[in-house]
Design a protein around this ligand. Structure first.
Ligand code: NAD
Ligand code: DAU
Length: 330
């Protein structure tokens, strides 16, 4: 297939492109605005055609889709909940206007469309797991605008009969994740003996999914998913944040005294849990348990300083100081 991957220079998008090119022999066009999280080096080892542009720009969308693609997979998004609380503007533009522009262009050309979404659109759940029928109850500007995008996608199926599929993933981890997110932040801080900032009591639970498993799940939905359908793609393991941080302390050989409890995130969702029976019935299964994926991820960051050193010495420092009220290294 020839695929248009929007947001392909980011964490999950670049893992998806690598798998599609290497394991499936696909031809890939990437459309990416290259925000702070979009990094060309994520794709330096994978053959692809690159279009630099924003999904909300109709000319960029037309240029990218005009390259004769069979399907569009939209990963492009602002993805950090803390940034959506501090500055929601880009989240609204990218998720609503951007998704709309892509849908219009894909509809005009009759191209199949896959929207990459998140378990956060369902909100928080105390017990049990969300199904695809669970009501949408997003809590943050990030998840509210992602839910808005999902509804727009659904409307293009319902109103125009467009071939759309939505994949909702749980928390991803693995290589090439920008260090603002829990796991890479804690790994890099632990390797530098910086403090490990745990929000609130650290007992919030996330449903961890190795990034290659999510990438394969999206590929599976692209190839086998029904038009208009939603598929949850959840990880095999749940774990409270504090336990994740303690495991990282152990794996990096750091000292537990660097763990520091800090002010909680406003509106913080307590627990996510996704039921993935629907995509499992199509033949997808998560392959990587958290007990294997976490040490693998620690090793990747330890071995790939070339990737994170420019980030930790660049704009990320200013972001970190704004978010945590302390400079990196203090
Ligand atoms: P990321 O922040 O690492 O990458 C996002 C990519 O989108 C970057 O390359 C960025 O440059 C690009 N981008 C941002 N705004 C754009 C715009 N307006 N036009 C074009 N490109 C733009 O994000 P990620 O963690 O890889 O997430 C990818 C997708 O998966 C997102 O849609 C996210 O909501 C979803 N998701 C993420 C997770 C997770 O745990 N990270 C879980 C479930 C779903
Ligand atoms: O669930 C899927 C979502 O997972 C994706 O849709 C989002 O794009 C992705 O960012 C992620 O959202 P979270 O808010 O769950 O991820 P984050 O890594 O920011 O935080 C994970 C948990 O760790 C959360 O409970 C907040 C906590 N945390 C996070 C940071 C950055 C801390 O305790 N300290 C921190 O410094």
């Amino acid at each position: 297939m020839r695929l248009l991957v929007c947001g392909g220079a980011g964490f999950i998008g670049s893992n998806f492109v690598r798998i599609r090119v290497r394991d499936h022999g696909d031809d890939v066009v990437v459309l990416d605005k290259l925000t702070y999280a979009g990094r060309p080096e994520n794709l330096q080892d994978v053959e692809h055609t690159f279009v630099h542009g924003a999904i909300e720009d109709p000319e960029a969308a037309a240029e990218a889709m005009g390259k004769g693609v069979d399907a569009v997979i939209n990963f492009a998004a602002e993805t950090h909940v803390d940034r959506s609380i501090a500055e929601p503007d880009a989240f609204v533009k990218t998720h609503t206007q951007g998704t709309y522009v892509l849908l219009e262009e894909a509809r005009r050309r009759g191209i199949r469309y896959v929207q990459v979404s998140t378990d956060e659109v369902y909100g928080s759940i105390e017990e049990g797991s969300f199904t695809e029928e669970s009501p949408l109850a997003p809590s943050s500007p990030y998840s509210a605008t992602k839910a808005g995008a999902d509804l727009l996608v659904w409307s293009y199926f319902h109103t125009f009969g467009m071939e759309t599929v939505i994949c909702r993933g749980s928390n991803n981890y693995g290589p090439y994740q920008y260090p603002e997110k829990l796991i890479p932040l804690m790994i890099l801080n632990a390797l530098h003996a910086d403090r490990l900032p745990v929000y609130g009591d650290g007992m919030q639970v996330r449903n961890w999914l190795y990034v290659e498993d999510f990438a394969r799940g999206i590929g599976h939905a692209l190839e086998h998913g029904g038009a208009g359908e939603v598929y949850n793609v959840g990880g095999p393991d749940e774990c409270p944040n504090l336990e994740v941080v303690k495991r990282i302390v152990e794996l990096t050989g750091a000292d537990e005294s660097i763990i520091e409890y800090v002010t909680d995130r406003p509106g913080h969702d307590r627990r996510y849990s996704l039921g993935s029976e629907k995509i499992r019935a199509l033949g997808w299964e998560a392959q990587v348990r958290f007990s294997d994926g976490l040490p693998r991820t620690v090793d990747w960051y330890r071995d790939n300083a070339w990737w994170w050193e420019p980030i930790r010495s660049g704009d990320y420092r200013a972001y970190y100081e704004r978010q945590y009220g302390k400079a990196l290294g203090r």
